[in-house]
Design a protein around this ligand. Structure first.
Ligand code: ZN
Length: 263
C-alpha cells in the first residue's frame, strides 16, 4: 500500500495478497480504512510484483487510438477489436523482458489497464465503471512478426513470457477522477517514442467493459489492456524494433512508472 507521502508500506500482516476476492467495493473500503502510516515500510530495492494476484483472464483491445491505427496501416475499427494475452505473459512492472529467439520484431505499447472488481455480464455502458476496481499502467509488448505474419490471431504475438508488465500499483477507481484523462508516455533508451493521453481513445473504458461483457462474463481480477497510442516501433520509417540491452521507460502519471530491460 502507498501511504499519503508516497512511501511503500507492507500489508502482509493484514492480507496475504491482493486477490480477486479483495477487489469488490466493500472489500476495497475495508482496505481503505487501514492507517497506512502504521504499517512497516518496505525496504528500497525490493522487487515490485504484479499489483493483483490470481488474475484469471487477460484481455486486450487493439487499434483503440486513431493515429495508431493509421501508423499500423489498418482500418479504424467500427467495434472494439479484442484479443487475449496469455496469463503467463504477465510480469512485474520493472522485470526484465526476455527477447524470444523466435522473433525479429519485438515492439513496445504503453497502455491503460482496467482491473475488474465485480463480476460483469451484459452491463450497460452506464453501469460499466461500477464494475471496475481500478487501473494500472501496462506494456503490451508485441512480436509483430508473430502478431501479423503467422496466419492469425494476434494472441500469438502478444503472449511470450514477460510480454505483459503490469503496475507498479493498482490505483483504485475512487482515486481516478476520469479514466479518459490519463497521460501515457514511453521512452526507449531515453528517446520519447509515445506521448499521448487516454482522452484520445476511440472506445472509452466504459464502452470497452460494457462491450466485452456482452459476450463473456468478466470476473473480479480480470485485466483488460485498452490499446496503445501512436509511436510504436512498427510505425517508424523505417521500422525500429527492440534489441537486447534496450531499456523501456513508461509513465502513466498517477498510475506510476515502469522500467524494463530487454534481455
Ligand atoms: Zn496493445
Amino acid at each position: 500500500m502507498i501511504d499519503r507521502n508516497g512511501a511503500r508500506r507492507d500489508l502482509s500482516a493484514i492480507v496475504a495478497d491482493i486477490t480477486p476476492e479483495l477487489l469488490g467495493p466493500k472489500q476495497l473500503d475495508g482496505l481503505k480504512a487501514i492507517d497506512a502510516e502504521q504499517l512497516p515500510l518496505v525496504a528500497d530495492g525490493v522487487r515490485i510484483g504484479l499489483p493483483v494476484a490470481g488474475i484469471r483472464q487477460f484481455i486486450a483491445v487493439g487499434l483503440n487510438y486513431r493515429k495508431h491505427a493509421e501508423e499500423a496501416q489498418m482500418p479504424i475499427p467500427a467495434e472494439p477489436l479484442v484479443f487475449n494475452k496469455a496469463l503467463t505473459s504477465l510480469a512485474g512492472p520493472n522485470d526484465d523482458v526476455p527477447m524470444p529467439t523466435l522473433t525479429q520484431q519485438m515492439d513496445w505499447e504503453v497502455e491503460l489497464a482496467i482491473v475488474i472488481g465485480s463480476q460483469a455480464h451484459q452491463l450497460q455502458q452506464s453501469q460499466a465503471l461500477g464494475a471496475v476496481a481500478g487501473y494500472c499502467l501496462a506494456n503490451d509488448v508485441s512480436a509483430r512478426d508473430w502478431q501479423l505474419d503467422h496466419n492469425g490471431q494476434w494472441t500469438k504475438g502478444k503472449s511470450f513470457p514477460g510480454f505483459g508488465p503490469l503496475g507498479p500499483y493498482l490505483v483504485t477507481s475512487d482515486e481516478v477522477d476520469d479514466p479518459q484523462n490519463i497521460p501515457l508516455s514511453l521512452r526507449v533508451n531515453g528517446h520519447l517514442r509515445q506521448n499521448s493521453n487516454t482522452s484520445d481513445m476511440i472506445f472509452p473504458v466504459s464502452e470497452i467493459v460494457s462491450y466485452i461483457s456482452q459476450f463473456m462474463i468478466l470476473l473480479p481480477g480480470d485485466v483488460i489492456v485498452t490499446g496503445t497510442p501512436e509511436g510504436v516501433g512498427m510505425g517508424m520509417k523505417p521500422p525500429v524494433y527492440l534489441a537486447k540491452g534496450d531499456v523501456m521507460e513508461l509513465d502513466g502519471g498517477a498510475l506510476g512508472a515502469q522500467r524494463q530491460l530487454v534481455v
